[in-house]
Write a protein that binds this ligand. Structure first.
Ligand SMILES: [Zn+2]
Length: 252
């Protein structure tokens, strides 16, 4: 298994970009480019030479920096079909051989219909784009809640120790909502104390880990009896409970 180095950097108001570097393969890829200057600065700081970009979805705050970075580095852009800057279109079920990994492409429609997540099985790392956040999930803009739930179920089936990089630092607001529907969850209460301390110091709360999300993220806990009881939805399907949670978060 290759040894990979990861570099996460904040950009725009609350986005994160990530660089992944593999010495053995001589490759470096970026996941999304919210801001070209921030990505080029991160490359300069690490000394890594960009060879590829993996794109999660078509929203401007994930792709607007790609043309300038592509012009500066001549990298190859891999991502959903329909995005002008993409050189090689991929779809759910594809495997991308990159950085010594057979990177699994996972389609997670809901936030957008073109959303792709990328799972590195060797390193056990997931790039979740705007599908999954720490204690939260993306707003369902283009798909249906049922579709988004099915997408989250795919991520929930990954190894529990999977490290998860997300597109945004939304953790504090997500956690405050989580407490309104799952306030009896001791793991959630404890996590919020840590998150408040980190954010108070201006430090990132990401990446996260899947088992922590399974324990504290209400959007992955639609089957939880206490959450269901609080919503008065004991007999509903998991997808219906998820839809109600998402609706409440939208209103909050
Ligand atoms: Zn988005």
């Amino acid at each position: 298994m290759s040894k990979l180095a990861f570099h996460q950097y904040p950009c725009l108001s609350d986005n994160y970009g990530v660089l992944v570097h593999d010495v053995a393969a001589g490759e470096t890829f970026a996941v999304d480019v919210p801001d070209a200057d921030a990505t080029l600065a991160a490359l300069a700081a690490t000394g890594w030479k960009l060879t590829h970009i993996l794109v999660t979805h078509h929203h401007d705050d994930h792709i607007q920096g790609i043309p300038a970075v592509k012009a500066a580095t001549a990298c190859v852009v891999i991502g959903p079909a329909g995005i002008a800057a993409v050189d090689r279109a991929v779809a759910g079920g594809d495997v991308v051989d990159l950085a010594g990994e057979g990177i699994r492409v996972i389609a997670t429609p809901g936030h957008t219909l073109d959303m792709l997540n990328y799972f590195l099985p060797g390193a056990r790392v997931l790039f979740a784009g705007d599908t999954l956040f720490a204690m939260g999930c993306g707003r369902v803009f283009e798909g249906t809640p049922a579709q988004m739930w099915a997408s989250l179920e795919k991520l929930m089936a990954l190894p529990a120790d999977t490290m998860i990089y997300c597109g945004h630092e939304y953790t504090l607001a997500n956690g405050r909502f989580a407490l309104t529907v799952d306030g009896g969850n001791a793991a959630l209460v404890a996590r919020m104390k840590e998150v408040e301390a980190l954010r108070g110091q201006g430090r990132p709360t990401l990446p996260t880990v899947l088992d922590l999300e399974l324990a504290t993220n209400p959007f992955l806990r639609a089957a939880d009896p206490a959450i269901r009881a609080g919503l008065g939805m004991d007999r509903a399907s998991d997808a219906e409970v998820f839809a109600e949670l998402r609706e409440r978060k939208n209103r909050g």
